[in-house]
Design a binder for this molecule. Structure first.
Ligand SMILES: [Zn+2]
Ligand SMILES: [Zn+2]
Length: 548
């Protein structure tokens, strides 16, 4: 079935597989294309900019990524989960003369947001979306991590800085999509590697420098074998302590990615009858991205343990969840955001609710509409009335509108995936945008920093540095300096959020492009934008035969 996207006006198709999925989960057919669906889902998930704030309940101070100018009160996470307030106190009667989304937003703006998302952490105040972690700093979307700084979307990473979408790393720096490695620096898409720099798609390598597609090697430089002594000698000439040398190595690394490396058609592992990228241990997952341990799902992004889900962004441990964002432990949810709940529609920030419709901030409730309690019979009747009114106004079946997102689009997770989005397009759709200008702040331009980490003294920790790209101020923390010194890493020159965004580029491509297999010349689709200039891309079969 062909349709025109209501947001971007481009044509999109709904496949017969998708049709039967929509039927199975019982939601309306989408009126916007896959990309616009991902865009709106992830726009509700704030990436933000860390700032100090105060609870609107108690005045207690906190660190948050929620915006300073916001449409709702903010409470500390502890206050939010406590019984010092009650979301039912804000209950509203349904008014059939007004659009439902208008009423839901009116309710939403009265309900507090928790200052941080996460639980079971120790000393992770300067973090967001952080779970079961310890001593992490200025990091987001981290699970089971420890001593992690300036990082994004990691699971079980320890004592590392600037890592993005990584798993099971230790003592690593500036890595993207790496797994199970120790002391790995400036590397991409590698696993089971130790004591190495600048690796791309390497496995089981030790003491390697600037290598690609290697398996089980040691003491290699640019894929050439050396003796241990030769390797150690050569490594000394690479001046890893110097920022300008690292920039040259990075340039060479980029060149190698373009000219030499054989790139896999996709980075899927144990993906059966599935299509997409960065899939791990999945079955029957179609058009999914960065998903693991999931099955029978379509159009899902950033998920884990999803079953029979469609059109979800950031949903974990969920089943039959559709057209929803950031729902953990969800079952049979439609059009919901941040709501670990069941059998419900149009929820925002609701915890363990069942059979609720259009509610915000409720905990453990049943048969509520607009935060008002009804009997089961009243609930069913009113719900049907609202759905019928919504259908007349062309509202039903659509995800929550952009105007209900938590903050500016250009500070949302969505912006990491769609960095070319235009301000006017988001404003036209009712969303928000904020330009943070810090050009008046005092600090030292990073161009004035000494080139080598060896020439940096402890005094730098009391010096504000100014990012040359954003003009934003950042500092070097004491622990961070120790890490750089111990691992011979020059000081970063850019604000940590800029560093994350630069690395996210490699793991956020949702569109495939036509290529010919480097080996068999077969026509293939691969997730590398043509402007990256990657020359050698292999189909799955040829990659397995030649490089596994
Ligand atoms: Zn679209
Ligand atoms: Zn091939």
């Amino acid at each position: 079935m062909k349709k025109i996207c209501e947001h971007c006006n481009k044509e999109f198709t709904i496949s017969s597989g998708e049709m039967s999925m929509y039927e199975k989960v019982g939601i309306e057919l989408p009126t916007i294309c896959f990309f616009c669906r991902v865009k709106i889902h992830l726009s509700f998930w704030l990436f933000g900019k860390f700032r100090r704030g105060k609870s609107d309940f108690s005045g207690e101070s906190f660190i948050t990524v929620l915006p300073e100018k916001n449409r709702y009160p903010i409470y500390t996470l502890t206050e939010w989960h406590s019984d010092v307030w009650e979301a039912m106190d804000y209950g509203m009667d349904y008014d059939s003369t007004k659009p439902f989304f208008t009423q839901l937003q009116e309710l939403q703006e009265k309900i507090p947001h928790p200052h941080q998302n996460g639980s079971k952490n120790t000393n992770c105040d300067w973090c967001d979306d952080v779970w079961n972690s310890k001593n992490c700093y200025l990091s987001r979307s981290v699970v089971d991590c420890e001593d992690l700084h300036y990082s994004y979307r990691n699971i079980n990473v320890k004592n590392s800085v600037d890592v993005v979408v990584c798993f099971n790393l230790e003592r690593s720096y500036d890595c993207v999509y790496c797994d199970h490695s120790y002391h790995l620096l400036y590397s991409h898409h590698s696993r089971d590697c130790v004591d190495s720099h600048f690796l791309f798609d390497c496995r089981n390598c030790q003491n390697c420098f600037m290598c690609w597609n290697l398996r089980g090697k040691s003491y290699c430089i640019e894929n050439i074998q050396y003796t241990k002594e030769e390797y150690t000698e050569r490594l000394k000439d690479f001046s890893l302590d110097s920022y300008s040398s690292i920039q040259l190595h990075k340039k060479r690394f980029e060149e190698i990615m373009k000219e030499e490396t054989v790139h896999r058609q996709n980075f899927n592992l144990k993906a059966y009858h599935s299509k997409g990228n960065q899939l791990m241990n999945v079955k029957n997952c179609y058009n999914c991205f960065t998903i693991s341990d999931s099955e029978d799902s379509s159009n899902c992004i950033r998920g884990r343990c999803e079953k029979s889900c469609i059109d979800t962004g950031g949903c974990w441990d969920s089943e039959m969840v559709a057209n929803s964002a950031s729902c953990l432990n969800g079952y049979a949810l439609k059009y919901c955001n941040l709501s670990p709940s069941r059998f419900s529609e149009y929820l925002d920030l609701c915890i363990e609710c069942e059979y609720c419709f259009g509610c915000v901030g409720l905990k453990k409730k049943k048969y509520c509409i607009l935060n008002k309690q009804y009997t089961q019979e009243e609930y069913e009747l009113l719900k049907e009335e609202i759905i019928s009114d919504m259908k007349k106004r062309d509202e039903y079946g659509k995800f929550l509108p952009y105007s209900m997102s938590a903050g500016p689009f250009n500070f949302s997770t969505s912006f990491l995936y769609f960095p070319d989005t235009k301000k006017e397009d988001i404003l036209r759709l009712g969303g928000y945008w904020e330009d943070i200008n810090e050009s008046n702040i005092e600090g030292m331009p990073t161009s004035e920093l000494p080139d080598s980490i060896n020439d940096i003294t402890d005094e730098i920790c009391s010096q504000a540095l100014v990012c040359p790209e954003t003009g934003w101020r950042f500092n070097i923390a004491q622990n961070e300096l120790i890490f750089y010194k111990q691992n011979n890493i020059p000081l970063p020159r850019y604000h940590f959020d800029v560093r994350i965004k630069k690395n996210m580029k490699y793991t956020s491509v949702l569109e495939s492009y036509p290529y010919q297999c480097h080996y068999c010349q077969k026509d293939i689709q691969a997730y590398y934008p043509p402007e990256w200039g990657y020359k050698n891309i292999a189909c799955e079969d040829c990659y397995q035969q030649n490089l596994n």
